[in-house]
Design a protein around this ligand. Structure first.
Ligand code: FES
Ligand code: FES
Length: 180
């Protein structure tokens, strides 16, 4: 048995120690807001926090998270009222939605370290892939959550989007569990 703490609740799981944390979160614990995209730590769809640090849970063995505080998107707030979730909803950030729980978790981690990030800070920290290309709205929502004037109004002045290509095609089971 492996002892975990997920979203403040103790969990005991009977799995092999090298089972990816993502599988445990989704299959054993039943928290399906965290998504599987690439499985090789590239896309960020599976981002959760372990002791407040963003990690790609597809590539972390569950044994490495034992005894640590794990936070998934479901643990940010009971009613999607976390400032980042509210900014995401206010700016209609998601398109298909598949990447967005990972994006939100990455944004929360960024804002914890840099409460007023610049565009460059956001581009450097938010390496999650969005196949729908919502990067401009993501950036605007991060600014909104940070209380920055840039996020409060039009996103037209947010500047050219950083070009990002490649990465996985999101599975089609899409956005039903994304919490924003
Ligand atoms: S599924 Fe983990 S980084 Fe893509
Ligand atoms: S909204 Fe990001 S992959 Fe569709």
């Amino acid at each position: 048995m492996i002892q975990l703490n997920i979203n403040g609740k103790p969990q005991q799981v009977d799995v092999e120690p090298n089972t990816p944390l993502l599988w445990v979160i989704r299959e054993q614990v039943g928290l399906t807001g965290t998504k599987y995209g690439c499985g090789v730590a590239q896309c960020g769809a599976c981002t959760v926090h372990v002791d407040d640090e963003p990690v790609r849970s597809c590539s972390m063995p569950v044994s490495a998270a034992a005894g640590k505080q794990i936070t998934t998107v479901e643990g940010l707030s009971p009613d999607s009222s976390h400032p980042v979730q509210k900014a995401w909803a206010a700016l209609d950030v998601p398109q298909c939605g598949y990447c967005q729980s990972g994006q939100i978790m990455a944004a929360v981690a960024l804002l914890r370290k840099k409460p007023k990030p610049t565009d460059k800070d956001i581009d450097e920290a938010m390496t999650n892939i969005c196949r729908c290309g919502t990067y401009q709205r993501i950036r605007a929502a991060v600014h909104m959550a940070a209380g920055s004037a840039k996020g409060g109004g039009s996103i037209i002045h947010m500047g050219a989007e950083t070009a990002r290509t490649g990465g996985p095609v999101a599975p089609a089971d899409g956005n039903s569990n994304v919490q924003v």
